[in-house]
Design a protein around this ligand. Structure first.
Ligand code: DCP
Ligand code: MG
Length: 456
């Protein structure tokens, strides 16, 4: 923990949905849900208007539709998110050489390395307001929430306190008082499972946690986790802001206090880890082709096994299925003390992959698969992708251009008809027109490559 509030955390508000509202004027101020729109789709994010109806990230789209039937349900446009992200990260790098992006819409900035006259609360507050205004202007209207504090932990907590479009600076010395009434899940690493274990021990708030001594915490949550929790409950966090951290793989692993021998428990754990990995991949806009499991046996020999998919995935069921299959080939009868799942061979999502779920469903159908059929397993021969892509080419939200009517976006498609709303970020809300899905005057639209800003 630093003596001054010099760690800044910036997080864009309702990021994907905000980009959609920027580019689709008729959706401004309205509920918008971005994510998989097919039968097994999941919500990536929702505009604040949709959140009022209880729509949340990671909820099934089915559930979101029942909570907010009048929302616009859009498939994402990843190129637009990456472009907005690059603009924001560029602005932050102008502010300080020490910028650590955590995902497309989120980064830490070390203000101690910025060119500020001092690091007093008033100075960093004013600076953050300028930065927020610059982000708003440079991105064409996106809002960012900012938190500033004496550590990464506090800065991140602070940026969430006054969302959306907020700024919270936690004055040095007030950190513990801020944390005490909060639920323990505010602490990084305290997920639902640890939160529940603590709750059963009567520990609900950070104040409760602060009252527990280290030995008891270690007994409750294990050695590795216990020490970290003990420190964070006291706002002790000395993690440095590290520039340009680059993830080559995303993984999740856990060690066990006693050796595991129960196969179904191991599978259950792998499935949960696969879920964590998939969530982190999608949060970072990544997907990967190689799935690896790591297994440490009772005698500390450590094995890893991996398999590579024909195309990148960020799907939890797919990663889980492959991980379980890899485990099936190992003899674990002597007991296992560590299990982990990782995904590597990471690629930035390309636009088609964002639609992976719908594409996957189409593939499943094309392959005559029943069951979950959501992704392609390595041994499955791929059908003609051009046909699939062509058939489902009009994604809700996708950019299109009409020879006479100009640019717009797909409002909906089905039964051979495509409905387009003709508007862009620079126009007022525009009219809606329908076309036959194979109307030769209607084309997918892509931003000309030379206009793309340089990737950081
Ligand atoms: N995202 C995703 N799947 C998730 C969570 C997030 O695809 N389970 C994507 C969509 C979000 C973006 O990452 O727009 C950023 O995630 P945030 O958690 O910062 O969420 P938002 O920016 O959407 O909202 P908030 O205003 O709460 O930051
Ligand atoms: Mg955000």
């Amino acid at each position: 923990m630093r003596a001054q509030a010099s760690v800044l955390h910036l997080d864009l508000d309702a990021f994907f949905a905000a980009v959609e509202q920027r580019d689709k004027p008729s959706l401004r101020g309205k509920p918008v849900v971005v994510g998989g729109v097919g039968g097994r789709g999941v919500v990536a994010t929702a505009s604040y208007e949709a959140r009022r109806f209880g729509v949340r990230s990671a909820m099934t789209t089915r559930e979101a539709r029942s909570r907010c039937p009048h929302a616009a349900f859009l498939t994402g446009r990843f190129h637009a998110y990456r472009e907005a992200s690059a603009i924001v990260m560029g602005l932050l790098r102008e502010a300080s050489p020490l910028v650590e992006p955590l995902s497309l819409d989120e980064a830490f900035v070390d203000l101690a390395a910025a060119d500020l006259p001092d690091l007093e609360v008033a100075t960093v507050s004013a600076y953050a307001e300028t930065l927020r205004a610059r982000v708003h202007e440079a991105t064409g209207g996106l809002t960012a929430s900012v938190g500033i504090g004496t550590s990464k932990f506090i800065a991140k907590v602070a940026s969430d306190l006054d969302k959306p479009d907020g700024l919270v600076v936690v004055a040095p010395g007030t950190e513990r008082e801020l944390l005490r009434p909060m639920n323990v899940t505010v602490i990084p690493g305290v997920g639902p499972a640890t939160g529940e274990r603590l709750r059963r021990a009567g520990i609900v708030t950070v104040a409760d946690l602060e009252a527990v001594d280290l030995d008891e915490l270690v007994r409750l949550v294990g050695k590795a986790h216990g020490a970290g929790l003990h420190a964070l409950a006291r706002a002790q966090d000395d993690r440095a802001v590290v520039a340009d951290r680059e993830a080559k793989s995303v993984s999740s692993e856990s060690t066990f206090d006693t050796d595991l021998t129960d196969r179904s428990l191991m599978e259950h754990l792998l499935t949960r880890q696969a879920g964590e990995v998939a969530t982190r991949l999608s949060k970072h806009g990544l997907s990967g082709r190689t799935v690896t499991i790591k297994v440490r046996m009772h005698d500390f020999t450590t094995l890893s096994r991996s398999t590579t998919l024909p195309s990148p995935t960020d799907s939890a069921p797919t990663v889980a299925r492959l991980a379980r299959r890899l485990l099936a080939d190992l003899d674990t009868s002597g007991g296992v003390r560590l299990l982990g799942v990782g995904v590597s061979g990471l690629a930035d999502w390309v636009q088609e992959d964002l639609f992976g779920e719908t594409l996957g469903e189409a593939l499943g159908e094309a392959l005559g698969e029943a069951g979950d059929g959501a992704e392609t397993a390595p041994e499955v021969e791929l059908p003609d992708l051009s046909r699939v892509r062509d058939r489902s080419g009009w994604w809700p939200g996708a950019d299109v251009v009409h020879d006479e009517l100009g640019r717009g976006w797909v409002w909906g498609a089905g039964r051979g008809v495509v409905t387009v709303r003709f508007e862009t970020a620079e126009t007022p809300a525009g009219p809606v027109r329908s076309f036959a899905h194979d109307d030769p005057a209607l084309h997918p639209w892509q931003k000309p490559v030379e206009d793309e800003p340089e990737e950081p």
